[in-house]
Structures are given as C-alpha cells and as structure tokens.
Design a protein around this ligand. Structure first.
Ligand SMILES: [Zn+2]
Ligand SMILES: [Zn+2]
Length: 358
C-alpha cells in the first residue's frame, strides 16, 4: 500500500544527533556528531554517565582489533540512565539508573543449552560497542539478562566495573579455593586487581601479586593483596617457593597474555594446583609445557573466556557488598572530549582504569 500521508516535520526533530567518539583507524580518534540511536523492540537507549577504559580498547586504538573493524564506535564498560525504551519493555522505564554489560547469550544455541553461555554462537557478533558517547543502544537480549538497577551505594564509574568483574568471576567459577590457599596473580592491571578483590571476597588469606609498575603494585595492596613480588628486581619462582614452603602456589592466575608467562605459570603451581590462563595471547602464538609436570603433578589448566549471566549477577552482588573500595580501580575521571588524552595516559601505564564522563 502506498503511504499517502505527507510526512513533513521540522529538520530538528528529524535528525537528532549526539556526540560520539569514532575510532576512524588505529591511532586516529574523532569525536563526531552521529545519529541518535533509537531503541529496538525490547531494547533501550542509555544515556551514558560513565564509560571505563579497558585493555581491549587500548589494543584496538593502538593496532586495531579483529572484532572491531574500523571505523567503529567503541567503549564497552558503562553505566547510565535509561533515556528511551523500545516496544514491549516492562523491566525498565525512562529515568531508571542502570548498570549493564555489552553482551548477552542467545539462550538457544548448542552452548547456551549446556550452560556454557559464554561460548554462545552469537555472543560476540551481537555485542554492543559505543560507550564513549552520550548515548548507547542496548538490545533486547542484554536488557533481559544482563541489565540491572544501579543502587545509589555504587557510583556510576564503580557500577561500570560489572562487565570486567563478571569475566573474573566466571573465570574462577569452577575453581575451588580455601582460606589457607596461596594464590599468585601475575600482572597488576585492572583485571589482576579485580582477581585480588574477588579472591579476598572468597576468603583466600594469602594473595600474592607479581608485577612491575609501583603505582599498580600499591593499588594491588590497597584492594587486598597480602604480598607483592617485583618482577623487575626479584626472581618470581624463588620468591613463590619461599612463600609456600617450597611447594608452589595453590592457584596461579596469569593476567598478562604473554606466551612465556603462560609457560612459566605452570612451574609456579604446586602439585595438584590450578593454573588459570586469563590473559589471552596474540593470535597464532603457541606455548610448550613439560608433560611430566602436568601429568604426574596433576596440574589443572583452565583458560576461561568471557562470562555468563550467572557470573554477571554474582559480580553485581559482590560490587554491592563493597568489601573493597572500588573507586581504587578508577585512577581519574575525564570529560568525553578528552578521550585522546586518556589514551595517551593509558600508554604511560601509571594507572588502572580511567572513567570517561559524557
Ligand atoms: Zn573490557
Ligand atoms: Zn547461544
């Protein structure tokens, strides 16, 4: 049928725009006026109140990312206020203050049906990027599963930690810990520090962090590390044996994503211990382990990826419990237009995460 009603509206209402950062190509950021997103049925549009930087964003900025072909909107850790709701949304209304992840599983594929929603066939292809903007559009599947009310006890920037923290919670979901354990975390960036906070909430008494930058080592102590190993001046294997009566750590968590550290991690575990490879290495890299060590010393190797809705809910609960001052993970806040400066600061490395405030 031909639509015969003339649709003449003032220009201003036809083209609503917002400010958003576009990664035009690696190394080149531009703040642009882009069309204001409209919610899809079951989805919402969030007015971003805080967006956090993440190692993935820095990698995408410096050398591109296979999952984010440029030009692209980016930024994926955020919290904010519901600005518009799509058809059929009943869980939220305009003005609700929310925290959310940027991905959610389909619930129907082979992996989802087996409780491995982190491996969902479409979880990566449907994820949302674009938190370094005034508004971001969130699809139905995320609204339904991974978006929640933000309590006033969490600041917007703290609530935006839910996504990376959920990945950390997921990574240790099937790892048992006991209070007497010694956990070794290699690396001292945001993900490493979130592991410290999580192990502390699980009551692990000895949490050792091995890293280089003093700023981050001090932050690790502040969020609950009990021992520090300086990788520039100390021998990691010697120190960990000293701290464990020669046995090695009960749990080793690799947070650097470097193949040689993956290999070394196995030598830092005690007999019967667990090694968690959290840091993903560059595509095409390989590692070599001593099979005798893995088999006769019965070392469990785990390599968790992404997160499940169950982990998101748990991460949110722990954030709200506030056993840790989460603001320690946010080094500074910057206005949206200063994102270029933020990436310069990130490269210097004396920081954990920055919050970008539109
Ligand atoms: Zn992230
Ligand atoms: Zn699925």
């Amino acid at each position: 049928m031909i639509q015969s009603i003339p649709t003449i509206a003032p220009i201003a209402t036809q083209i609503e725009t917002m400010r958003a950062h576009v990664l035009v190509e690696p190394g080149k950021l531009e703040m642009q006026q882009v069309p204001m997103p409209e919610p899809e049925p079951g989805g919402v549009v969030i007015q971003v109140r805080s967006a956090l930087t993440c190692g993935t964003d820095l990698k995408a900025f410096l050398r591109g990312h296979p999952k984010f072909p440029t030009p692209t909107l980016f930024g994926h850790e955020f919290s904010g206020i519901v600005a518009k709701t799509g058809k059929g949304v009943t869980k939220f209304k305009e003005g609700d203050i929310v925290m959310s992840t940027h991905s959610a599983p389909c619930g129907e594929c082979y992996y989802c049906k087996r409780g491995q929603e982190n491996l969902c066939d479409t979880i990566m292809s449907t994820m949302v990027l674009g938190a370094y903007a005034e508004y971001i559009k969130i699809p139905e599947r995320i609204v339904r599963q991974n978006m929640f009310e933000k309590p006033a006890s969490l600041a917007f920037s703290e609530a935006a930690l839910m996504e990376p923290f959920a990945c950390v919670v997921h990574g240790l979901e099937e790892v048992t810990t006991s209070p007497e354990d010694t956990a070794l975390i290699i690396g001292n960036g945001a993900i490493a520090l979130l592991h410290v906070a999580y192990l502390r909430s699980r009551g692990v008494s000895k949490i050792v962090v091995a890293g280089r930058r003093d700023f981050r080592q001090q932050a690790a102590l502040a969020v609950g590390a009990t021992h520090l190993i300086n990788l520039t001046t100390e021998n990691l294997e010697e120190r960990i044996r000293e701290l464990t009566d020669g046995r090695g750590a009960d749990l080793v968590i690799e947070c650097t994503g470097q193949p040689h550290i993956w290999e070394q991690s196995v030598n830092l575990s005690r007999r019967g211990g667990t090694v968690v490879f959290f840091g993903g290495c560059k595509r095409g890299t390989t590692v070599t382990f001593d099979t005798l060590r893995i088999h006769y010393d019965q070392i469990t190797l785990r390599s968790p990826f992404h997160m499940t809705p169950r982990a998101v809910r748990r991460a949110r609960e722990i954030l709200i419990e506030r056993q840790v001052d989460w603001s320690l993970l946010i080094t500074a806040e910057y206005p949206l237009e200063k994102l270029g400066e933020v990436f310069e600061e990130l490269q210097k490395g004396d920081c954990i995460k920055f919050a970008v405030i539109p």
